[in-house]
Design a protein around this ligand. Structure first.
Ligand SMILES: Cc1cc2nc3c(=O)[nH]c(=O)nc-3n(C[C@H](O)[C@H](O)[C@H](O)COP(=O)(O)OP(=O)(O)OC[C@H]3O[C@@H](n4cnc5c(N)ncnc54)[C@H](O)[C@@H]3O)c2cc1C
Length: 391
């Protein structure tokens, strides 16, 4: 059992309350419970649901990080914790397939991972245009494209990851409140409180992992992020064997500017591949999570048809199904992780900007460290929620 210094356990409902049990909150609850911390996790829907940002069958995990070399130690730690969660839960969550980044030499998807791989001495392989064409005939052989391949990459199963973490936490003593919407969070340095309608729960610390709903709960955070809709599509392949993981690893494909950036997965069902548009003209529709995801429509299907047609050989450009999801984007596309002086007693986990899932285990560990000790031993300076105050 962890001892919290400084205040007695009189009049508290738990040492730590976690608000939101999506990717980040579920892992936080597990890491707290692993330490023996008395914790309550609260989710407005049922964990593993499809109304937030953590659904849709698959999420990429890669190590040579395009978004910055400083993420590499975090992804290494995350990877180990994913394996640990698999072990304690018995669930199969992570599939190592390797990853192929495709783009011009000066595109963010080639230059970014190359810089990370060089900084951390990671194993990789660069493929010139002719080599790429020969090894991966599933891509349209456009001139000037090259490939960056790394073995230490693959995909995670998001819904199963959330439910496995919640269950692992529950088995270790955490309390889980499902279908329970938090209506207010009241910051306080000693006794922060969480309101559920007319009921109030008190803790020593509150971790707020409410995803896109954060600004609605804590209006002071509204400047730190905004929420955009994103759509995933599934497409039938002519030759499923050519799109199995050993021949068609997870991928990111970009133009030089990064304005046309799509990603995807090998076939998981032996019939279709899943593709998502990370950046693409016309997709940046700002939404309010309280209204829910706007369902996919004909404009989404048309955009996908264009993207798939110009990128792949042997993939039917008409989606067989589509699903909406949401990105919580910060101005610099780096995460918001840690406390804020104007929100005492809270740790914020938000703004994962469309690339957070792979880190969920290590973010949960970092949040548990903040909740218990007020600081983290892992490198999180880059994610300081105060960093936009200076601008
Ligand atoms: C289409 C798409 C593709 C992506 N692909 C990748 C990828 O390949 N690799 C990768 O690493 N990342 C990827 N990401 C990003 C990653 O999925 C997200 O960063 C991550 O899921 C965010 O998790 P979260 O816990 O912050 O948010 P969520 O999973 O949305 O969790 C927030 C939770 O809080 C709950 N909640 C909110 N308000 C309340 C309240 N008042 N009371 C109680 N509960 C509340 C919500 O119901 C929800 O369950 C992708 C995201 C999308 C949308």
């Amino acid at each position: 059992m962890v001892t919290f210094l400084g205040n007695s356990s009189d009049s508290i409902d738990a040492d730590v309350i976690v608000v939101g049990l999506g990717a980040m909150g579920s892992q936080t609850l597990w890491r707290l419970a692993e330490r023996g911390v008395d914790a309550i996790g609260i989710e407005q829907f049922t964990p593993g649901h499809d109304r937030g940002a953590s659904h849709g069958e698959s999420r990429i995990i890669r190590s040579a990080y395009a978004e910055g070399a400083s993420y590499v130690p975090l992804v290494k730690e995350a990877w180990q914790l994913w394996r640990e969660l698999e072990e304690v839960s018995g669930a199969h969550l992570l599939e190592q397939t390797g990853a192929l980044m495709v783009g011009p030499a000066d595109s963010p998807v080639i230059a970014g991972p190359l810089a990370s791989a060089r900084a951390w001495d990671l194993k990789y392989q660069l493929l010139e245009t002719a080599e790429l064409r020969e090894a991966f005939p599933q891509y349209v052989p456009a001139d000037g494209l090259m490939g960056f391949y790394e073995e230490d990459a693959g995909y995670l199963r998001p819904e199963a990851s959330v439910t496995a973490a919640v269950e692992a936490a529950r088995v270790r003593g955490a309390e889980v409140l499902r279908e329970s919407g938090v209506t207010a969070i009241l910051p306080d340095p000693v006794r922060p409180r969480v309101r559920l309608g007319d009921r109030e729960l008190t803790a020593r610390h509150v971790v707020v992992a409410a995803g896109g709903w954060l600004p609605g709960l804590l209006p002071a955070t509204a400047r730190l992020m905004h929420v955009e809709r994103r759509v995933m599509g599934w497409f039938r392949v002519a030759d499923p064997a050519a799109f199995e993981a050993r021949r068609f690893p997870v991928f990111v494909h970009s133009d030089a500017s990064g304005d046309h950036n799509l990603y995807g997965f090998p076939t998981l069902d032996g019939e279709t591949v899943k593709v998502g548009l990370h950046t693409w003209p016309g997709i940046d529709e700002v939404i309010d999570p309280a209204d829910g995801h706007r369902p996919p429509d004909q404009a989404d299907a048309q955009r996908f048809a264009e993207a798939v047609d110009r990128t792949f050989v042997g993939v039917d450009p008409q989606p067989v199904r589509m699903e909406s999801c949401m990105y919580s984007l910060t101005p610099d596309r780096h995460f918001l992780v840690g406390p804020r002086a104007d929100l005492p007693g809270l740790t914020l986990l938000a703004g994962f900007s469309g690339h957070g899932f792979k880190f969920a285990t290590v973010i949960g560990e970092i949040a548990a460290q903040f909740a218990v000790t007020g600081k983290s031993a892992l490198p999180v300076e880059k994610f300081d929620p105060h960093r936009f105050d200076r601008r």
